[in-house]
Design a protein around this ligand. Sequence first.
Ligand code: PBG
Length: 332
Amino acid sequence: MDKKTYYNNQRRLRASSHIRELAGEVILSHKDLIQPLFVDEIIRERTVIPSLNEVYSDTIDTVLEQIEDDLSNGISKFLVFPVPSKKGDKDFDFSFVVSVIKKIKEQFGNSVWIAADACLCAYTTHGHCGVLDAAGSKILNGESVEVLSSYALQMAQAGADCIAPSDMMDGRIGAIRNILNEHGLDEVSIMSYSAKFSSQFYGPFRDACRSSPGKGCTVSDRRSYQISAFNPADAIASALRDIEEGADIVMVKPALPYLDIIQQIKEKVYCPVAAYHVSGEYQGLELLAKAGLLEREKAHLEVWASLKRGGVSIIITYAARHARNWIGKIIY
Ligand code: PBG
């Protein structure tokens, strides 16, 4: 039987917080959230990231304190971004992040779940997510995948529970799955940045990671490997392809401008879908809140609710560590 298509009194269901609570369908939980962490090799103490309100860069020591604190707020899943001190063109040194992951796992074991971002943009002199050709005019796919696979392997061997490749090269998921399996790391999962769009909303993150692209080369942006906002089919195809290659979780990023993509992917796949509410989206809300133009907590909760309606299981947000507190205070 068809659902009734009109009702004559909708306001009865909006009349009090009791009935709003009963009628609501979306349930938020801090357990669905992942907290990003920046660990910077250069700094000597915990440092404010000016472009990301209340988000800090940690040292290898302070990140342990941060995690301790986050655990006390019910947050146990993390996405780790290393900011290495040395940049190069090839033969990258991944030892810093390897020691970060080892230390975290030594201290916290399986009480934390560590996803390690696998990308080269914080390592390269030019800031691109892959290796450049000698002329500095194009990003080489095969070479990049090779380096990324060995990088992923090192992070998995260090104890990462999940590898999160954000480089957008073709074939990286299959290559990483293979190398992990060959080394007996078949329990390490892959969360692919499958639908990662070329976006204006990554600005604050690039500040934090010193990873803006284009220095000393002729490729000034990431449009030759990240997805165009004008090509939704490419995003859907990427997600389906990544699952076929072995991705366990597929991600859409940024989040809000791509709700339609989240919904379409969710309809087509049986694995969890994640959304990354990225730095620019986060900071936009923070700045509006600072200007007194919205209420910070409610704005973040509203965004998370919209992502849940869109169909995600997992939300990556810089405000994850506040979630339990904020969600506990929701007034419907
Ligand atoms: C690296 C990477 C980026 C983000 C996560 N991994 C930025 C980029 O592509 O420049 C963005 C995250 C954010 O903005 O919060 N490739």
